[in-house]
Design a protein around this ligand. Structure first.
Ligand SMILES: Cc1ncc(COP(=O)(O)O)c(C=O)c1O
Length: 414
């Protein structure tokens, strides 16, 4: 019997994760996870909570001390005029914050304007709330930023929300203050909400991160969404949060929060308290190391003779690279045939150019990556590699590509 949820696509990232389990000695450049471990302040916070028997039900919106610390962080670091810790709600990671927020914001058929390409679960959480996604393009030539006119042209009477994500997954693009001011003006003129996904707020390389809710007068109509996953290497612990100024919306979000989790794990929330009370030096150390890894990975990519093209990103930790459409000419035909033969019986041939090269990289080079088309139609022709893996793994992946694409570029026709 068909069900509404059948129409909501699952991200291809999950399919790739499953394929990678079958690979011996893999290079896991597919998922957005860091090779770092959570700082000691987080582990100590959790250990203390266990020792103090913090194993009981909690307030739905979060441990009051954590809400207090987050309200202070949002004011001091993000410049958002949070009036009270009650405005902050603690969630089971950023994805949960988006899920409950769209449940609370949307009625069936409401439209949310999103960038193309974009991290697929953002669209998934909108579609799960029976909303519709309307995509606006990002442009590589301007550092994967938007053309505000193109966004404006997509506003209809059904539009309810503009979703922004800066620094961006998968492109690494960072919106400027002027970009956000222009989006804010549109939201004001048309009476729209802004959902500002700032999962990578701490991962910027020499540019400013601006929170949309910090712009003058914007917090009442902007909901900023954050996670501890990337800043504190807490991907598996599951801790995120959002801040909602509007009372009515906040009550709806709290309801969705309660129905989906009752409260976020007590132990993990104490880990979050540890993270915020402790030194923030690791956040900067992670950022500096990620910048070094970005540079190392791009130097390796450049040494592959034009197989991939793209500029190093200004934020996040992904290389979103255009691949040579003629890549098969660089591979020994026997190797191509062997990779195709290793596709498990009954699995379909790749359905698009970016899936074809992804499957080849996985089976022939043991490298996990994500086909650009998984992020939206605008991502076809690209691949996403995560460079938050350790230096040895990144160097190993480059070396593996060098061995597999050993035929050099095809000479230009003349
Ligand atoms: C753009 C973006 N938003 C939100 C998230 C949510 O992260 P988490 O659910 O691990 O907190 C991610 C994770 O990759 C992301 O890339």
């Amino acid at each position: 019997m068909p069900h509404f949820l059948d129409s909501v696509p699952f991200s291809g990232i999950i399919r790739i994760r499953d394929m990678m389990y079958a690979v011996d000695r893999p290079f896991r450049l597919d998922q957005g996870d860091l090779s770092f471990d959570a700082p000691d302040s987080v582990k100590q916070g959790m250990a203390r909570a266990i020792a103090e028997n913090r194993s009981h039900y909690l307030q739905t919106a979060g441990v009051p001390r954590l809400q207090e610390l987050l309200a202070e962080k949002l004011r001091a670091r993000n410049g958002i005029p949070v009036a009270s810790p009650d405005e902050v709600m603690v969630t089971n990671g950023g994805i949960h914050a988006l899920y409950i927020l769209f449940q609370a914001l949307l009625d069936p058929g409401d439209e949310v304007i999103i960038p193309d390409p974009l991290w697929p679960p953002a669209a998934g959480t909108i579609l799960s709330a029976r909303g519709q996604v309307v995509r606006y393009p990002l442009h590589e030539a301007t550092g994967w930023r938007l053309d505000v006119e193109e966004l404006a042209a997509r506003i209809t009477p059904r539009t309810r929300v503009i979703y922004v994500n800066s620094p961006q997954n998968p492109t690494g693009g960072v919106l400027t203050r002027e970009d956000l001011e222009a989006i804010a003006a549109l939201a004001r003129t048309h009476g729209l909400w802004i959902v500002s996904d700032e999962a990578y707020e701490d991962v910027v390389y020499g540019v400013e991160h601006v929170s949309a809710a910090s712009l003058a007068g914007m917090y009442p109509r902007t909901v900023p969404v954050y996670t501890f996953s990337k800043s504190y290497a807490m991907t598996g612990l599951r801790l995120g949060y959002l801040a909602v100024a509007d009372r009515e919306l906040r009550d709806r979000v709290r309801k969705a929060l309660f129905f989906t989790t009752s409260n976020v794990s007590s132990i993990v929330q104490y880990g979050g308290i540890g993270a915020l009370e402790g030194s923030q030096e690791t956040v900067e150390a992670f950022r500096a190391e990620l910048q070094a890894r970005r540079d190392l990975f791009y130097a390796g990519i450049e040494s592959l003779g034009g197989l991939f093209a793209g500029c190093p990103p200004r934020g996040a930790f992904y290389a979103f690279l255009k691949f040579d459409p003629d890549w098969k000419a660089r591979v020994d035909p026997a190797r191509l045939a062997d990779a195709a033969a290793r596709r498990p019986a009954g699995t379909e041939a790749p359905s698009s150019p970016s899936w074809a090269i992804t499957e080849f990289l996985i089976s022939a080079a043991r490298i996990g990556c994500v086909p650009g088309v998984d992020f939206g139609p605008g991502g076809e022709g690209y691949l996403r590699f995560c460079f938050a893996r350790d230096r040895q793994e990144l160097a190993g992946a480059i070396e593996s590509m060098r061995q597999v694409f050993d035929r050099g570029p095809r000479p230009a026709d003349d």
